[in-house]
Design a protein around this ligand. Structure first.
Ligand code: MN
Length: 267
């Protein structure tokens, strides 16, 4: 019973700290509009839709006192949540509506490779990077989101720079198959969040396996979060993350509002 009382006291303290501003809420979400960058696959493949608004009425004959819209979007458009059933390795696991709510809130830790990505946009996080992080901060915590800070969101409003197409395809950061496998099999993280258009590197179609972050993490029942911004405002450890996808029945993912709770003195 005392544990329950103490949790209630902690939660009340969080609420008080939100009101006073001692806990800051940082929106990590890319705004959704027709120009929000999307993943573009080779032409023969199916493509995700851009976000589109369709006005129903705006204080006019169609609705004199109200404004509202329909919208069309891909599940994987803008900042979005990858559910396990998105990938063939996780096809029998949870769809986005089945992901337990308890797993939509968790701690967040940051691995910062901004300098490396500045030097090489195709930089791949490897298992040595994860070991170095764990040597400094301890094991990747159970139930945490691992957020990969690359600085890539600085290009988020410039689709050409964001996609960074080179002669051999997009040059954007990601992780190696070995790192993806380590996160899936050796860590107890909830999932991986990135600043790029998808959780895998731009060149990951040619990896073995292709798209290893999708393949290993979703196959292990973990999740992905994409097109995050503001990761530079988070501490390496100590933030809380709320990732709230729409509960689309049978959906493979959903545009997602991602909020971080940060105690400014933790930065
Ligand atoms: Mn996706």
């Amino acid at each position: 019973m005392s544990d329950a009382i103490s949790s209630a006291v902690h939660l009340a303290a969080v609420a008080e700290n939100l009101v006073s501003g001692s806990i800051e809420v940082i929106d990590l979400t890319t705004p959704l509009h027709a120009g929000t960058p999307i993943l573009e696959l080779p032409e023969l493949m199916g493509q995700t839709a851009r976000f589109e608004l369709e006005e129903i009425s705006r204080f006019d004959d169609r609705g004199p006192a109200w404004y509202w819209n329909n919208f069309r979007t891909g599940e994987h458009t803008g900042t979005h949540f990858d559910a396990p059933n998105h990938w063939v390795t996780g096809k029998d696991l949870d769809d986005v509506s089945q992901v337990p709510a308890q797993r939509l809130v968790g701690s967040a830790v940051v691995i910062d490779r901004t300098a490396e990505v500045e030097a090489d946009p195709a930089y791949l996080l490897d298992i040595a990077d994860l070991h170095a992080w764990e040597d400094e901060y301890g094991r990747l915590p159970e139930g945490a989101w691992l957020l990969y800070r690359t600085g890539w969101s600085r290009y988020a409003d410039d689709p050409a720079a964001f996609a960074n197409l080179g002669e051999n395809g997009p040059r954007t950061p990601g992780l190696t198959p070995a790192a993806a496998r380590y996160l899936a099999e050796e860590s107890r993280i909830l999932g991986m969040g990135v600043e790029t258009v998808g959780t895998d590197a731009g060149s990951a179609m040619g990896f073995e396996p292709p798209f290893p972050c999708h393949s290993f993490l979703l196959g292990a029942g973990k999740y992905g979060l994409t097109q995050l911004r503001g990761l530079d405002r988070l501490p390496i450890t100590g933030a809380m993350l709320i990732a709230a996808p729409l509960p689309i029945v049978n959906g493979s993912g959903s545009p997602c509002r991602v909020l971080a709770l940060v105690a400014p003195d933790a930065r």
